[in-house]
Design a protein around this ligand. Structure first.
Ligand SMILES: O=C(O)C(=O)C[C@H](O)C(=O)CO
Ligand SMILES: [Zn+2]
Length: 279
C-alpha cells in the first residue's frame, strides 16, 4: 500500500500547558508529509480531519482507503480538498482527468470511488489534501486562483501584508464542512493571521510552503493567554485545535494553506485577540 498514516488524538487545552517542546511537536506538528512515491496522512481526532500529502514520482498514486475508516473507498463517507503546491500535474477522479496548475484546488465529493494522483511531466509533484466526514454528495469542482475569493489584508507597516485566497469556500464551491484556501505573505511581511483568533466552532490545519529550505516560521499556538510556539520548516503542517490561536512569523517570505472543518462554514466567525492581549 502506498499510503501510510498515523492517528493524533484530540488534546485538552489544560493538558497541553505542561507539554515540553518534544511533546508539543509530536502532538501538533506534522513533519514528513511529502515522501517520494507515497501518500502520507495524519488522521486527527480534532473534527476527524485528515491532513495528507501525495508525491507521485515514478508512478501514479491511488488514494486507497485507510483501515481506520472501515469503508471500502476513502470517500464513502468523506469529502476531499486538494491543492497543488508543486508543478502542473493531474488528478483523476473516477476516470476524469483534471489538470491542476500550481496553487489550483480541487474539491472531490462524497461517494467518489477512485482518486489518483499523477506525476508531473516535469518538475516536482506535490499535492496537499484535507478530508473531513461528509453526509451529502456535492459535485467535484476545480477552482483556479482567478475563481477564488481573494482579499487583501494587513499592511507593510504591521509586517502582515498578505493576500488570502479562499479557494474551497462556500461562496465558491458547495461542501459539507471542509473549507480550504491559501495565504500569500507579500514581500517584506512576515506575520500571518495577526490579530490572531480562535474559532471554537472549527479546528484548523496549516501547511507552510514556498519557504526556502534553510528558513523557518515560528508558529504560535495555544490559548490566547497561554501561548506556545513551534518552529516549522518548509512543507510541514500544524494541527490547530479549536481553542488555539494559529498565527506565525517567518524568517523569510512564505505562503501557507489553511483548512478547516467543524460546526459551521462561516469563514468570518472568529474570536479575534488583539496583539496586546496575547500572553
Ligand atoms: O493570514 C490570515 O489571516 C489567514 O490566512 C487566516 C486563516 O485563513 C484562518 O485562520 C481562517 O480561520
Ligand atoms: Zn482561523
Amino acid at each position: 500500500m502506498s499510503i501510510s498514516y498515523s492517528i493524533r488524538h484530540a488534546t485538552h487545552p489544560n493538558d497541553s500547558k505542561s507539554y515540553d517542546t518534544a511533546k508539543l511537536r509530536e502532538t501538533f506538528l506534522i513533519e514528513n508529509l511529502f515522501q517520494e512515491n507515497t501518500i502520507q496522512a495524519v488522521y486527527t481526532m480534532h473534527d476527524r480531519l485528515i491532513v495528507g500529502g501525495a508525491q507521485p514520482v515514478e508512478q501514479p498514486l491511488k488514494l486507497e482507503t485507510l483501515p481506520t475508516l472501515r469503508s471500502e473507498h476513502f470517500l464513502d463517507r468523506r469529502e476531499l480538498g486538494i491543492i497543488n503546491i508543486g508543478a502542473e500535474s493531474t488528478v483523476s477522479v473516477d476516470g476524469d482527468v483534471i489538470t491542476l496548475a500550481n496553487k489550483e484546488a480541487l474539491y472531490v465529493g462524497k461517494g467518489v470511488k477512485e482518486v489518483v494522483f499523477h506525476p508531473a511531466a516535469s518538475g516536482k509533484t506535490l499535492f496537499y489534501f484535507n478530508s473531513a466526514p461528509a453526509h451529502h454528495a456535492y459535485p467535484t469542482k476545480k477552482v483556479s486562483l482567478d475563481e477564488a475569493e481573494t482579499v487583501e489584508m494587513g499592511s507593510l507597516e504591521n509586517s502582515n501584508h498578505r493576500l488570502i485566497r479562499k479557494l474551497l469556500i462556500n461562496s465558491v464551491v458547495e461542501t459539507c464542512q471542509l473549507q480550504m484556501g491559501l495565504t500569500e505573505l507579500q514581500k517584506g511581511s512576515v506575520w500571518n493571521t495577526m490579530p490572531a483568533h480562535t474559532h471554537d466552532r472549527r479546528m484548523e490545519a496549516y501547511l507552510y510552503f514556498d519557504l526556502p529550505e534553510d528558513q523557518v516560521v515560528s508558529h504560535f499556538m495555544g490559548e490566547p493567554q497561554e501561548t506556545r510556539h513551534l518552529f516549522v520548516k518548509n512543507n510541514q503542517a500544524v494541527i490547530s485545535p479549536p481553542w488555539s490561536i494559529h498565527s506565525g512569523a517567518g524568517t523569510y517570505n512564505y505562503s501557507f494553506i489553511w483548512g478547516m472543518a467543524g460546526e459551521n462554514l462561516d469563514y468570518n466567525d472568529m474570536d479575534k485577540v488583539q496583539p496586546v492581549d496575547l500572553k
